[in-house]
Design a protein around this ligand. Sequence first.
Ligand SMILES: NC(=O)c1ccc[n+]([C@@H]2O[C@H](COP(=O)([O-])OP(=O)(O)OC[C@H]3O[C@@H](n4cnc5c(N)ncnc54)[C@H](OP(=O)(O)O)[C@@H]3O)[C@@H](O)[C@H]2O)c1
Length: 295
Amino acid sequence: MITSLTQPVPLSDGNVIPGLGYGTFRMTPGEAAFYTKQAIDNGYRHIDCAWAYYNEEGVGQAIRECGVPRRELFLTCKVPTQYHGYHNVIWCLEDSLKRLRTEYADLLLVHWPLVSWITEPEAQKEDILDTWRAFEDLKKAGKVRSIGLSNFEKEHVELLLSEASEKPVLDQLQINPQCRQKPLTDFLKSKDIRIEGWASITRKKAFGEEILTDLAAKYGKSPAQICMRYVLQEGVLPLAKARSLDHLRQNMDLFDFELTPEEQERVATLEQKLGRFSTDGYTPRGPQTPQFGSY
Ligand SMILES: NC(=O)c1ccc[n+]([C@@H]2O[C@H](COP(=O)([O-])OP(=O)(O)OC[C@H]3O[C@@H](n4cnc5c(N)ncnc54)[C@H](OP(=O)(O)O)[C@@H]3O)[C@@H](O)[C@H]2O)c1
């Protein structure tokens, strides 16, 4: 488990990722420029972007204006489902890098595994493999340092582990008190694939739950900090978005308290009570990531 904001966490390809990430979902380019710079000024070094957030220009402006050398920042980019397929991926990353005005991404993720208009299981598998081949080639070409996944379930990861040349270093999943996904995270850990948690503070949805407010009172922290700490103690790298300076600072102040194992389990009961939420707002999906053949 990480013990500081920027702790370098090893990835299976030999690279490292700074422990806590700053999220940029649902910001205009102007907001992304302002708030990403504010996050970097306050110590964040790991910024989570995506082509589908339509604000990479803003993130790029922040990284140019923040005064921190590019090599000290860690930028994650994601390829959305509409750009699956070898040539589309190559175009999409070029487009992201152009908007970000940077030469490379530190980490490139497949944003979602399945494309809604491909319904045959074999065609879905070929689509993922073809997409991944472009990821492998982009890594060889030095356009990205590491390659990974997002919202991939066990069967999607298993396909790559058995068929691909290069193993994914990370799977970015919804992980928070109402979405533990323990069978999947146990599987990923057994394969030495890091887990990053999106919406680590539940987009505030669980803040009123008694278990979170009780623990917040006990430790003198906020429900958001209890959520972040829970994610950390699951062995997952949390990602949160915060525009308010107070929220931003709270979300970094996680390292002077610890939930007991019993408290960790009590927080995890919110998964049964509330359950996972989706979608990412752009991809037309239900609350569960579809399995092969389920479209
Ligand atoms: N891979 C994927 O499919 C995927 C999907 C969704 C998200 N993500 C990534 O994960 C990041 C985080 O997820 P998210 O942005 O959806 O949700 P989130 O980080 O769980 O929630 C963000 C919301 O919580 C508020 N907040 C932040 N810190 C707070 C605090 N300490 N106290 C009270 N409220 C607080 C923010 O308010 P203010 O902004 O007003 O401070 C904002 O409204 C995204 O930004 C994105 O980078 C990835």
